[in-house]
Design a protein around this ligand. Structure first.
Ligand SMILES: Cc1cc2nc3c(=O)[nH]c(=O)nc-3n(C[C@H](O)[C@H](O)[C@H](O)COP(=O)(O)OP(=O)(O)OC[C@H]3O[C@@H](n4cnc5c(N)ncnc54)[C@H](O)[C@@H]3O)c2cc1C
Length: 462
């Protein structure tokens, strides 16, 4: 079969690319070896948020009295919580199946390997191999949990995110190694459900990519909720021959041993670049990722790569945007390059964290003279009514021209609010324009306007 475009992998990179390609009139096929929707829908973004929702509802029921309701003791069967999350993932994957049909995209199930001369071979579960060709081949094979040599995952006691999303029983205790978004979200879920959680982070701060003040605040909040957090610490080795696990942890004050039922390794991802034909075709990689130019062309004409397999931020919305940019460029449209400095990042623990742009430290390092404004959620009427006053908004403006350099937020609902900063920054909105953009009352979003006002000495409610 001959196509205009073949997409390999159906994650948020691949399936979005295929839909946009079809919209643009390309005869399109997508190849998937597992489930439509990739990691994001099946083992990432969506099932984690389903678990976190269950944890939040559990927390709210147990705190009914805080809302003037009668005291209730919430209870749960752990497998049912997992089952709900798996059900949500399954439903989303079915939705992609529908979208593929609606957009007349051929779905080819099997394991793909790129070949020379713009061909792709696909081996199905029966071992039968079929060859396809296309004018353009877009590789979007994503990534998997990264395994450290001293933390090999056995899938039972030392686990990755897939197992953490589908454990048959709730562990009584858990060590989470790594405190990026994935580690912190699992730590928050398991802790809220009653597992004793210890986070071990190599860097001085948890969620290390975030503004330092946000990291520090989150550390305090998570500790208050019962999570033990060790920073500047690394797991050197893990003994699984005992009941549960014994982890040897190197800290500034010497080595200590942590014991738990299970250890979750959340130390990042490894791109799926192996056995997909890259070497045979001559597609260049570097440090485990496929090298591309700003239009996602690899080193071999006609072959492209997008999403977690390339060295850009490993986020679903980034993968999708890269795929759309890639096919629009193939179509010959006048396309804008992606601005990787304006990508929002969110962590859906409680309180949530969301940010876009430069941290205060980065802004200073870049030589900006800055105006910083902060607004605590304890001063927000809506946050107080919601009973969620833990957190604050921090905005950073360039003192000279008023450019909105960074927005950093911690608090309930901030992951839905950060888009305001993304759009405003895209439109080169100044601090004063934010102050003069009337936000609805009562909403937590008013806190953004107030934080901007605080930067210019015009804040009203503090
Ligand atoms: C626990 C967790 C939580 C996350 N939460 C978020 C979040 O909240 N927000 C966010 O933006 N990002 C989140 N992410 C990251 C997000 O899931 C990824 O950035 C995103 O899925 C990358 O999309 P992709 O299309 O590049 O690859 P993937 O989603 O990994 O999809 C790749 C697909 O390719 C298939 N494939 C691989 N090799 C072959 C082959 N040879 N032949 C055929 N098919 C193949 C795979 O089976 C897979 O379906 C999370 C990740 C994890 C692990």
């Amino acid at each position: 079969m001959n196509y205009d475009i073949i997409v390999i992998g159906s994650g948020p990179g691949g399936y979005v690319t295929a839909i946009r390609a079809s919209q643009l009139g390309f005869k399109t096929a997508i190849i998937e070896k597992e489930n439509l929707g990739g990691i994001c829908l099946n083992w990432g973004c969506i099932p984690t948020k389903a678990l976190l929702k269950s944890a939040q509802v559990f927390h709210y029921i147990n705190h009914a009295e805080d809302y003037g309701l009668n005291k209730v003791e919430a209870s749960f069967e752990f497998p049912n919580v997992i089952q709900r999350s798996r059900g949500v993932a399954g439903k989303m994957s079915k939705g992609i199946e529908f979208l593929m049909k609606k957009n007349k995209i051929d779905v080819i199930l099997g394991t793909a390997k790129v070949q020379k001369d713009k061909k792709v071979s696909v081996t199905d579960t029966d071992g039968k191999t079929t060859e396809y060709s296309a004018s353009h081949i877009i590789i979007a094979t994503g990534a998997r949990s990264r395994e450290l040599p001293n933390l090999p995952q056995d899938g039972k006691k030392v686990i990755g995110y897939r197992q953490a999303l589908s454990l048959p029983e709730q562990p009584k205790s858990m060590i989470v190694v790594g405190s990026g978004a994935i580690g912190v979200e699992f730590a928050d879920f398991y802790n809220t459900m009653g597992t004793k959680v210890t986070i071990v982070e190599f860097m001085p701060n948890i969620v290390p990519v975030e503004d330092e003040e946000i990291s520090k605040h989150l550390e305090k909040s998570l500790k208050k909720s019962g999570i033990d957090i060790m920073t500047n610490a690394s797991v050197e080795s893990v003994d699984t021959s005992v009941e549960g696990v014994k982890a040897s942890v190197k800290t500034a004050n010497g080595n200590i041993t942590l014991e738990a039922d299970i250890l979750l390794s959340a130390v990042g991802i490894a791109a799926n670049i192996e056995n997909i034909g890259l070497e045979e075709v001559g597609i260049q990689t570097d440090k485990g990722r496929v090298l591309v130019n700003e239009w996602y062309e690899t080193s071999v004409p006609g072959y492209y790569a997008i999403g977690d397999i390339i060295p850009t931020q490993a986020l679903a919305h980034v993968a999708s945007a890269e795929g759309i940019t890639c096919v629009e460029k193939i179509k010959g449209m006048h396309v804008e390059k992606i601005d990787y400095g304006n990508i929002p990042g969110c962590t859906y623990c409680h309180p949530e964290v969301a940010s876009v742009g430069l941290t205060e430290k980065q802004a200073k390092e870049k030589g900006y003279e800055i105006k910083v404004g902060k607004f605590p959620l304890s001063a927000s009427g809506k946050a107080t009514a919601n009973g969620n006053t833990d957190g604050f908004i921090k905005v950073i403006f360039d003192a000279k021209y008023g450019e909105w350099l960074g927005c950093h937020m911690i608090g309930e609902g901030v992951t839905d609010m950060v888009a305001e900063a993304v759009v405003a920054r895209k439109l080169e909105t100044t601090g004063h324009e934010i102050i003069k953009s009337i936000h609805p009352h009562p909403t937590v979003s008013e806190a953004i306007m107030e934080a901007a006002a605080a930067a210019y000495g015009e804040v009203i409610h503090i």
